[in-house]
Design a protein. Structure first.
Length: 311
């Protein structure tokens, strides 16, 4: 059970991306990381993506893995999609180069690959890139996904709209009896407000049925150094200090240094969720047409994935 995996305090979760609706890529990622020892996968709340993950687990020969779907509220960066204003665009293609998802080619956005990380807008010299929020209607999307068989639902409780977060959380809480996860970061919140939000959302949950995913800097992973993962550990410490009956996961800037830094800072966590970094280190391999059939390439990617999972 997912509970046992969390209680063993060795849970590695691969985050495929709440906005990543590229089924072919998700299938490759899940297959590779399942072979590398990962047992917990975070996916976009999309039936096609769940099916792709299930196919991947079957071909990896893994039957004891768990699936989580992630949903966000309006304005949550994880459900944002980049949009280009061609009246302003000068075709410099800086956005193509900086996109970690290969979601922009010649200044055209492949919406199904965009994860809303914000890097393209930051680099655009003309301010031509903005975002639309692809927030989903939970009452429409969740029932069929629950029927398909999922083990966890994660709400990205980011931003300042407490009312919307509470409404979505209550809906999930009332309609799903598996483990729930709250992914939240300090972002625009004070430390006190972050703690208060977690306490409010977990007040009516049974002990140890909720994961709190302390998201340092959402989608900031990419570099494999201590500095990148510092905010993750700092956010986790704020949650840990409250001694709440929840499972604590680290995310938002995770890499191979996260476990080491967390241990140095006496963070007693149950798991680590890795997204941007985990995808980046294997992308040169999984984006090849001969992946996973080319055994040499597959094994190279597998060794890289294993190193992260085992870190
Ligand atoms: S970075 Fe901005 S100006 Fe350059 S191609 Fe992209 S959208 Fe156009
Ligand atoms: S850089 Fe980030 S926000 Fe921009 S298109 Fe790529 S994934 Fe989407």
């Amino acid at each position: 059970m997912l509970k046992d995996l969390l209680e063993a305090k060795k849970c590695f979760k691969l985050v495929c991306g709440a906005g990543n609706e590229d089924a072919a890529e998700v299938e490759k990622l899940v297959m590779l990381y399942a072979k590398a020892g990962c047992k917990f996968f975070d996916l976009s709340a999309n039936a096609e993506i769940i099916d792709a993950a299930k196919r991947a687990l079957e071909s990896a020969g893994v039957d004891d893995a768990y699936l989580c779907v992630s949903v966000g509220i309006k304005g949550d960066p994880h459900v944002n999609k980049a949009v280009i204003d061609y009246d302003k665009c000068i075709s410099c293609y800086s956005c193509d180069a900086v996109c970690p998802q290969n979601a922009i080619k010649y200044a055209k956005v492949k919406k199904f690959r965009c994860i809303g990380c914000g890097k393209c807008a930051k680099i655009c010299p003309k301010g031509a890139i903005s975002y639309i929020s692809e927030e989903k209607n939970l009452e429409e999307i969740l029932p069929p996904l629950i029927q398909k068989g999922i083990d966890c639902i994660e709400l990205h409780a980011m931003g300042l709209d407490d009312r919307e977060i509470e409404l979505k959380w209550n809906y999930i809480n009332e309609n799903f009896d598996g483990i729930l996860s709250i992914c939240t970061s300090r972002g625009k919140l004070s430390d006190e407000k972050l703690v208060q939000r977690i306490k409010n959302l977990t007040a009516n949950r049974k002990p140890y049925t909720t994961i709190v995913q302390a998201d340092g800097f959402p989608m900031s992973g990419g570099k494999d150094d201590f500095k990148t993962t510092l905010q993750t550990v700092a956010t986790a410490e704020i949650v840990q200090n409250e001694n709440l009956p929840v499972y604590l996961m680290l995310s938002g800037g995770t890499n191979t240094k996260t476990a080491h830094l967390a241990k140095m800072c006496s963070i007693d966590y149950h798991g680590i969720a890795a997204g941007s970094f985990a995808r980046k280190i294997v992308r040169p391999y999984i984006s090849r047409d001969d992946f996973p059939l080319n055994e040499f390439i597959f094994n190279k990617a597998l060794n890289i994935a294993k190193k992260l999972v085992e870190s």
